[in-house]
Design a protein around this ligand. Structure first.
Ligand SMILES: [Zn+2]
Length: 293
């Protein structure tokens, strides 16, 4: 996108976001949103609310203090993640059969958000993870069974690390301060990025910085404003081995009405226009300029 187009889009967006402040329930969550049975988790920059349109038994929201979902500092983003993870702890303490955490931030309408005000969905699945996580878990298990005997010195092959290495060999991977990331060669949607934090992003500061820098690069450099960010987690009781994984995709301009996917994508194959090599180039350049201290 050219600089002029980017500026025009920014102005239109600012106006849309400012206009939506009027009568916004999420600007006063204590008054206008319900709370969970155990009350609310309160962070410095965010607060939880029970979801009116629940996806599941435990389905709540992290409501950001800032109305504008595209305006956030590293401290604010870190707080949103921490508030969500404190809620996961609280649900697991309340009922241990709900043990599969899922964090998903749908930013603006095109990504599925019903409200402009910044908020993320937090869910706890019962006994088994959500379907897409289960698919990855099975791929991991099948891969480890298939290649265990063939691996050198009996070392356990690692599905997600090997997936990263394959992308890195193709020139699509990058590691910064112990956090690996890659742009997918088979993306689900435009600009799909996968981040592999070495531990929970809630306890690992550098992982939060990496997520922050990627989102800022998306918004400030690439002109993205509607995106999905999800955090996959291992089960709280560690019944099986599964890593933390973060995935981000761009859902296109909210000023272009048509949906960003059609029947081809639902029933055929994914259609994407962005080149993963261009995206990883922008991300690496951004990291070089905004070096992690
Ligand atoms: Zn608001």
């Amino acid at each position: 996108m050219g600089k002029k187009d980017l500026k025009n889009q920014k102005n239109k967006l600012s106006q849309l976001i400012n206009d939506s402040r009027k009568n916004c329930d999420f600007c006063q969550p204590d008054q206008y949103t319900p709370e969970d049975v155990f009350g609310r988790i309160k962070g410095k920059h965010s607060i939880t609310a029970s979801n009116i349109a629940k996806y599941d038994v435990w389905s709540s929201l992290v409501i950001f203090k800032n109305h504008n979902p595209l305006k956030f500092t590293l401290e604010e983003l870190s707080d949103y993640i921490d508030t969500g993870f404190h809620w996961f702890d609280k649900v697991f303490q309340t009922d241990e059969t709900y043990k599969c955490p899922f964090f998903v931030w749908n930013c603006l309408y095109k990504a599925g958000a019903s409200q402009i005000h910044g908020h993320a969905q937090i869910l706890m699945g019962k006994d088994i993870p959500y379907a897409k996580v289960e698919v990855l878990k099975r791929a991991q298990s099948n891969y480890q069974k298939r290649y265990h005997e063939k691996s050198h010195k009996g070392l356990d092959p690692h599905y997600f690390q090997d997936l990263y290495q394959a992308h890195h060999a193709l020139g699509l991977g990058y590691t910064v301060d112990g956090v690996s990331l890659y742009t997918s060669i088979t993306p689900a949607k435009e600009k799909e990025i996968t981040i592999l934090p070495p531990e929970s992003p809630s306890t690992h500061k550098n992982s939060k910085k990496v997520i922050f820098n990627i989102l800022r690069c998306f918004i400030d450099v690439l002109g993205v404003h509607s995106y999905n960010l999800s955090i996959y987690c291992p089960p709280r009781d560690r019944e099986y081995d599964f890593p933390y994984l973060i995935k981000i995709v761009d859902r296109g301009s909210i000023f272009r009405p048509p949906a960003d996917m059609g029947g081809m994508e639902l029933f055929g194959s994914t259609v994407v226009a962005d080149d993963p090599y261009e995206i990883i180039h922008h991300i690496i350049e951004y990291f070089k300029i905004h070096e992690i201290e």
